[in-house]
Write a protein that binds this ligand. Structure first.
Ligand code: GLU
Length: 287
């Protein structure tokens, strides 16, 4: 596959999505990101992943900045302090995503898809994976003929998917989780690149921004480990010379063994803070 960041100066990022309050799991990942960045004498960037207008709220974005600063995190580029790779709010970066969409279209690796999520769910039985987030594999027979959509001038009101190279193994060495390997068409199928409501999908926006912001190491939760395989496919088509290194952190679970979610407020940083815990205590809980 592609070469990783090599010896470029370390640039890491904190990239929360403002759909709710951050919790102890985010704290654990972000503290790890800061430690790794400091150990490499690098630069840490705050990127607000506020693309989804239905689910994101400006007040959560503000809370994230406040709560993380309270916890002891410091960044030198971000929506609150600017920097050379701005804007740092994804909602202000649409031209970059459109440019990438056009590159993928020209390369013939994406196609417009008129199937709804519901159709997909009904068509495919629940996948046999332990993975809580497992999504159904997009049926290859639903793919349109190669070349479909290549004359589109803009994404329009339709979903776009990446046509994965069936059978190709995507491998990478994770800095924390070790060697990883996924097979396109088996572990994941054609995935969303662009939504019909005009919002670029996570896989696309994150690659575009990690490239544009010259990120050399991505530290994030292990729930996104399979996404890295998808993202490596995008890096390749976008012609990236180097990809970041990846470090996926183990997820924190609650007493029932379920992963923490923004909807469970009990361990949100804000709640812990309001209960009078000190940043130090919360840091210890997150470790
Ligand atoms: N914004 C994503 C999240 O909050 C993380 C994206 C990433 O680190 O790649 O889940």
């Amino acid at each position: 596959m592609l070469k990783t960041a090599g010896d470029r100066p370390y640039r890491g990022r904190l990239a929360p999505t403002p759909t709710g309050r951050l919790h102890l799991g985010h704290a654990a990942t972000f503290l790890r990101a800061q430690e790794r960045c400091q150990a490499a004498d690098g630069t840490l960037i705050f990127r607000n992943e506020d693309l989804d207008p239905q689910r994101c709220r400006p007040e959560y974005a503000q809370d994230a900045l406040d709560d993380l600063r309270w916890l002891g995190l410091r960044w030198s580029e971000g929506p609150d302090c600017g920097g050379p790779c701005g804007p740092y709010n994804q909602s202000e970066r649409q031209p970059y995503y459109l440019e990438a969409w056009a590159k993928l279209r020209d390369a013939g690796v994406i196609y417009p898809c008129t199937r709804s999520r519901r159709e997909l769910r009904e068509r495919v039985a629940a996948p046999h994976e332990e993975d809580e987030e497992a999504e159904p594999l997009y049926p290859p027979e639903w793919r349109p003929a190669p070349g479909t959509g290549q004359d589109a001038q803009e994404p329009g009101e339709v979903n776009w998917r990446f046509r994965v190279p069936d059978g190709e193994r995507i491998s990478f060495e994770d800095e924390l989780a070790g060697k990883q390997s996924f097979t396109a068409g088996q572990n994941f199928g054609d995935f969303l690149i662009w939504r019909r409501d005009g919002v670029p999908a996570y896989e696309l926006s994150v690659v575009v921004d990690d490239l544009a912001m010259a990120i050399t190491e991505v530290v994030r939760g292990a729930d996104l480990i399979k996404s890295t395989a998808r993202q490596l496919l995008i890096y390749r088509v976008l012609g990236a010379e180097l990809t970041p290194r990846f470090a996926h952190c183990p997820l924190i679970r609650d007493e029932q063994g379920k992963r923490l979610a923004k909807r469970s407020d009990a361990l949100s940083l804000r709640t812990l803070r309001e209960r009078g815990l000190s940043p130090r205590q919360v840091q210890d809980m997150a470790r």
